[in-house]
Design a protein around this ligand. Structure first.
Ligand code: GLU
Length: 466
């Protein structure tokens, strides 16, 4: 084990967003690569917006992606007494103070500043106050340094410097006694001995305030790596209006976790021209210093391409298990039908998602109740009847043939009757599956079983005779 300690710290106010998942992934990868620890912390100090459902959804998303954590989940709401203790410590040494300014006072001052074209900033009215106002409500503010700069070397963005005069005295405890967000983060990251903070770059502006707090409390300051945002195709921050943003929605749309992980790792990080990474390759090759500085655009086409790759190369037994809920959603039961693993093998070559695969698997279990009539109409009725009769006679004689054997048998039917493969294969495919979008004819017959194939050809024969 190395000393590296990283964390993913979601606020449980919604589902696990793909952007959050990528942040979690980068943390996980670094921990795995360097033999460090990956900690999960639920930042639920905003009690009004945090929900148990959201915590569950985040944990479900993490588990589905395989982003296993070494410690936690820890809940900030369990640490309120500890935050209070540290607030008191700062007050005791004069690094924090009670501020009695009312919201109305502060609003009036802010409005005046804006009218006069000044940047609104707390004016320090209570900073040097000596007397305590008994019985009056107060917040506690951090006594921030007023001169100099606060600077850090971001592992992704390089050196970032903030003049201290731009940072006002942060409220660390509200009137109701609850600690504020930036304060809790510092106490937690310090007490969890986090060495590297990897998070979204929407937190860059919080970082100087947090660094000042670390220094005031005498805690070592961790390293920071701020990951650029993910954008939609219109270059606006990725949101629901661009399509699905929840990890679990991608699962439900039939994406494989390894495809989403592979997609996310390449959003902002690259290793030469490589596109396909197994998780061990990712761990081996990942380097936080190679994460790009600019935002990345979410590209669903590429995600589909990766998903198709992983479906095509996936283990049929595992895919069969993953396919089951998608079949149930279509009210398809596989009981008494062909072996699902064999079905998967006939479909995995061409399906981009498990949803698509499920759509294409339905005919194996539910015999067609209607046919693609436009496709059937391309053939002469009498010709169709002769094809179905010839094929049925051939099939009735066989047993135990494999795909190549069945394909050869169809070739025989063609040569014996002077037909082209298209004249035979396509009508039979329609008879067996209802349409033309189906696997090879030999594959279908072997997977359905010859008996069931014969039944379906018979039904089609009856249908065209009507
Ligand atoms: N809870 C914060 C968020 O969900 C993350 C804070 C951090 O990583 O420091 O955006």
């Amino acid at each position: 084990m190395s000393d590296l300690r990283v964390r993913f710290a979601p606020s449980p106010t919604g589902y696990l967003h793909v952007g959050g998942a990528r942040t979690a992934l980068f943390n996980w990868l670094l921990a795995k690569k360097l033999g460090g620890s990956f900690i999960l912390r639920i930042e639920d100090t905003d009690v009004d917006r945090s929900t148990k459902e959201s915590v569950d959804a985040i944990l479900e998303g993490m588990k589905w992606l395989g982003l296993n954590w070494d410690e936690g989940p820890f809940y900030q709401s369990d640490s309120f007494p500890i935050y209070k203790e540290y607030v008191q410590k700062l007050v005791d040494v004069g690094k924090a103070y009670k501020c009695y300014c009312t919201v109305e006072d502060l609003d009036a001052k802010r409005n005046l500043a804006m009218q006069e074209g000044r940047k609104p900033k707390y004016d320090g009215a209570c900073r040097e106050r000596r007397e305590l106002l008994e019985g009056q409500p107060y917040v506690i503010r951090f006594r921030a340094p007023q001169a100099g700069v606060t600077s850090f070397d971001d592992l992704i963005k390089g050196t970032i410097t903030f003049p201290n005069e731009e940072l006002d005295d942060l409220i660390i405890q509200r009137t109701d006694g609850t600690p504020t967000y930036n304060f809790c983060v510092v106490i937690d990251d310090a007490s969890m001995r986090i060495t590297t903070v990897i998070r979204g770059d929407d937190h860059v502006n919080n970082t100087p305030r947090q660094i000042q707090l670390y220094e005031a409390l005498g805690f070592p300051v961790p390293q920071f790596a701020h990951v650029p945002m993910i954008l939609g195709s219109d270059k606006a921050r990725l949101s629901k209006r661009h399509g699905a943003t929840s990890v679990i929605a991608y699962r439900d749309m039939g994406f494989l976790p390894e495809a989403l992980i592979n997609y996310l790792v390449r959003l902002g990080w690259s290793h030469g021209d490589d596109e396909i990474f197994s998780s061990s390759e990712m761990i081996q090759k990942f380097d936080i210093n190679n994460v790009g500085r600019s935002a990345s655009v979410f590209n669903t086409e590429k995600l589909l391409w990766l998903n198709a790759h992983y479906i095509k190369n996936g283990d049929p037994e595992r895919l069969a298990n993953l396919l089951l809920p998608h079949l149930s959603a279509r009210e398809v039961t596989t009981l008494g039908g062909p072996d699902l693993m064999s079905v998967v093998k006939t479909l995995q070559e061409r399906a981009q998602t498990l949803e698509e695969m499920a759509d294409r698997a339905v005919f194996y279990y539910n015999a067609p109740v209607s046919y693609d009539e436009a496709a059937l109409a391309k053939f002469d009725k009498e010709q169709l009847k002769s094809v179905f009769t010839a094929v049925s006679m051939k099939l009735a004689d066989v047993s135990g043939l494999d795909v190549a054997g069945i394909d050869a048998l169809f070739k025989e039917v063609c040569s014996e009757n002077g037909w082209k493969m298209g004249q035979v294969g396509q009508p039979v495919r329609i008879a067996l599956s209802g349409g033309t979008q189906a696997p090879g004819i030999g594959e279908i017959v072997v997977t359905l079983g010859v008996e069931e194939a014969l039944r379906r050809i018979q039904k089609a024969q009856e249908f065209i005779a009507l």
